[in-house]
Design a protein around this ligand. Structure first.
Ligand SMILES: [Zn+2]
Length: 489
């Protein structure tokens, strides 16, 4: 038996990085995985695996057990092949054609001005390295999915047959080397749409633009419990205050946010009012004071800026403008329940991610995303959204609910991984469920009997040009997974 404990840390790092740098050569933004999928097909085939490339581009690679190990349980190692491609301002980068340029600085690996793709390229590299170097093992299956980052369509489309008879599944898409993830949240997708009548503003008034910016924002799962403000909802409260105190108030537009699953850090509204800029400014100061009274500790960089807008003479009909404000201040936003099982963990939350005023089509659109580790809670969010939508005259579209992954108290895999981690690192492994989505929940839909965990190296600032990989966390992951594969029965 080739013992990974006997391979030096530096050798493991170099071996894994050799695989990783091959992947970095291949552009692989979500939805454009053909080339990397073909590359993986060839690579696993050359390693002696029986490989399937399915219609979604997923790679399923089966490695037969070594002699005498055929009775060991079938175990899946899983990662995703796409990455979030982003670059710093001013960097010339075409994600469809340019490779990732790796920069190694001491203990860290990052990319030259772009995201690194350690999420989840390092997961794939570790799986390949282990499968190449384990001299004896039971039946193994690598499943490398497409399009995890933009909707998990790869894992959603995986056929159930690939999970048949699988006893254990180790997902390699987590970001903390000493954390064992044993559960994840489900989520829903809700959209509200309402057309409006464009009306010329008839009163003698002025158009103003108000911008709330500098808020922290962040991932709507992982950072929802951090006390940050939602710029869209905060703007709606601000507009609610203005409509109650400003003569001739009429809304023209409200825009903010980038995506359903991102807490908006900026929102902007255009409105008309009869009063002077000084009077408006005074009211906004008061509204901002209210805001800071709630969020002053977390949102120190927030600013609320007023400017006069010359060009826009068109506003939305008063009824629609008011119903939009009503909808946005009434929609439950942020944390609604904490977990009873895992203290300190968010169980249910929701995020108003995007608000758009389409001034060409004359239509309002709001995107909203609830999450919960309990499916029933998401159904309650759906019911509430539907009711609120109908009360405010918005058409509500309810998307398919993505399942959650409920923690399993009797997980043998989790127990063994914790034991090994403690033996190898002389400290306990932290265990947690996360308030975000993982592909594991889709795999469990195909075979609920599987025992599943998720692990990973330390990947910092993922989905950003600052993404880094801590090299020292590679060897412990390799040794942990390799040893688990030896011990599982
Ligand atoms: Zn990932």
């Amino acid at each position: 038996m080739k013992d990974f404990a006997a391979i030096g840390e530096a050798d493991i790092i170099e071996g894994v990085l050799a695989e990783f740098s091959q992947l970095a050569q291949i552009p692989r933004p979500s939805g454009h995985e053909k080339e990397v999928s073909d590359y993986l097909y060839r690579l696993f085939t050359d390693m002696g695996c029986r490989v399937i490339q399915d219609e979604a581009g997923n790679i399923i690679a089966a490695l037969s057990a070594s002699d005498g190990w055929q009775t060991k349980p079938l175990t899946v190692l899983q990662a995703h092949m796409d990455m979030v491609c982003v670059a710093e301002d001013g960097i010339d980068y075409d994600p469809l054609h340019d490779p990732i340029v790796l920069v190694r600085e001491g203990e860290l690996l990052h990319a030259a001005g772009t995201s690194l793709g350690a999420d989840d390229g390092i997961g794939i590299a570790i799986i390949i390295y282990i499968m190449k170097n384990l001299s004896v093992h039971g039946p193994l299956r690598a499943i490398i999915t497409t399009d995890e980052e933009s909707g998990m369509t790869g894992s959603r489309n995986l056929a159930a047959q690939h999970f048949q008879d699988v006893k254990y599944l180790i997902n390699c898409d987590s970001e903390d080397w000493d954390m064992l993830t044993v559960g994840s949240a489900g989520s829903g997708e809700i959209s509200f749409v309402r057309p409006y009548f464009a009306a010329a503003y008839s009163e003698p008034g002025t158009a103003y633009t108000v911008t709330l910016q500098g808020l922290k924002g962040g991932h709507s799962g992982e950072e929802i419990g951090c006390g940050t403000a939602n710029a869209i909802q905060a703007m709606a409260f601000c507009l609610d205050f203005l409509r109650k105190h400003l003569a001739g108030f009429q809304l023209a537009a409200l825009d903010g946010g980038r995506a359903r699953n991102v807490i908006p850090g900026r929102a902007e509204a255009v409105f008309f009012a009869e009063e002077t800029a000084e009077a408006v400014e005074e009211l906004l100061d008061e509204a901002f004071e209210h805001f800071m009274g709630i969020y002053g500790d977390t949102e120190q960089k927030a600013t609320l800026v007023l400017s006069q807008t010359a060009a826009k003479a068109e506003c939305m009909d008063a009824e629609t403008g008011n119903r939009l404000i009503d909808l946005l201040i009434c929609l439950p936003n942020g944390v609604s329940a904490m977990s009873q099982l895992c203290p300190g963990m968010v169980e249910s939350s929701a995020n108003i991610g995007v608000a758009v005023t389409d001034t060409v089509q004359h239509e309002l659109m709001v995107q909203y995303m609830p999450r919960s580790s309990r499916g029933e809670s998401i159904r309650e969010y759906y019911a509430r959204a539907e009711a609120l939508g109908s009360l405010t005259g918005f058409k509500t579209a309810l998307g398919t609910i993505s399942p959650g992954w409920q923690e399993r108290k009797d997980s043998r895999l989790a127990k063994i991984m914790q034991q090994i981690f403690e033996e190898q690192n002389r400290r306990p492994m932290r265990v947690s469920s996360i308030h975000a989505g993982l592909e594991c929940s889709w795999h469990l839909q195909r075979n609920p009997e599987m025992d599943v965990v998720s692990v990973g190296t330390n990947n910092n600032d993922i989905h950003s040009p600052k993404e880094t990989l801590e090299l020292r966390t590679i060897a412990p992951q390799v040794r942990l997974i390799a040893e688990a594969l030896q011990r599982l029965d």
